[in-house]
Ligand binder design. Structure first.
Ligand code: MTE
Ligand code: MO
Length: 201
């Protein structure tokens, strides 16, 4: 009998949680980047939450580092079908950033924007209650530029294209406004457990 990690993991027999149509990529961490990897300097990087908020807020790198940090330990799922188990990211919960800006009642959606111009849309409900972060450490070390360093968005319960690398802005909106991949046919929400890969899924 061949026993693979997939059947006897530390979660117990048969317990690896793989969304439908996904496979375990193992220790690899593929890089998926549509644009040229930018060299984002922490000295000039800022993070802004604006749009339908009581007060738009911008944090510099130094200001971001003074916020209370929290960790994500768990899995990530790319729509190209790889999933990576047991990742460990550190950053600040989006709850902290959103609380500072004060979303207006009319805000139901968000558009994340990278320094490169990459965008992705996410329902606001998917960014609150401890489900999303902006992160700068992976396994305790600075996030490399290829993986979105110095700072990327992390929304691990949705397909990983929602986790914009080199994030610099989150704009709250009253209507959903499609980002880069969504305009090109990918799903507006992207729940891997519901296999929401493409528009209409
Ligand atoms: N700015 C930016 N963010 C991005 C992407 C991108 O091309 N540009 N690709 C997305 C996709 S499709 C995935 S799967 C993940 C890949 O992150 P990684 O390269 O760190 O694995 O980043 C997402 N965020
Ligand atoms: Mo992806």
């Amino acid at each position: 009998m061949v026993v693979t990690r997939g059947f006897v993991g530390r979660r117990g027999v048969g317990a690896r949680n793989l969304p439908p149509g996904q496979y375990d990529v193992g220790d690899d961490w593929p890089v998926l980047t549509a644009e040229v990897t930018p060299n984002v300097r922490t000295e000039s990087w800022t993070m802004t939450v604006d749009g339908l908020v009581e007060r738009p807020v911008t944090w510099t790198w130094d200001e971001m580092l003074t916020l209370p940090t929290s960790d994500y330990r768990g899995d990530i799922h790319c729509v190209t079908t790889w999933s990576k188990f047991d990742t460990h990211f550190t950053g600040v919960s989006l709850d902290v950033l959103l609380e500072a800006a004060g979303p207006l009642p009319s805000a139901g959606f968000a558009l994340a924007r990278s320094t490169t111009g990459y965008t992705t849309n996410i329902p606001l409900n998917d960014l609150v209650d401890g489900k999303a972060w902006v992160v700068w450490l992976y396994n305790g070390l600075p996030l490399t530029s290829h993986h979105g360093g110095p700072v990327r968005l992390l929304v691990p319960h949705l397909y990983f294209w929602k986790s914009a690398k080199w994030i610099t802005r989150l704009t709250l909106l009253d209507e959903d406004s499609q980002g880069f991949w969504e305009v090109n046919g990918y799903h507006d929400r992207g729940d891997p457990w519901l296999e929401q890969r493409y528009q209409g899924d």
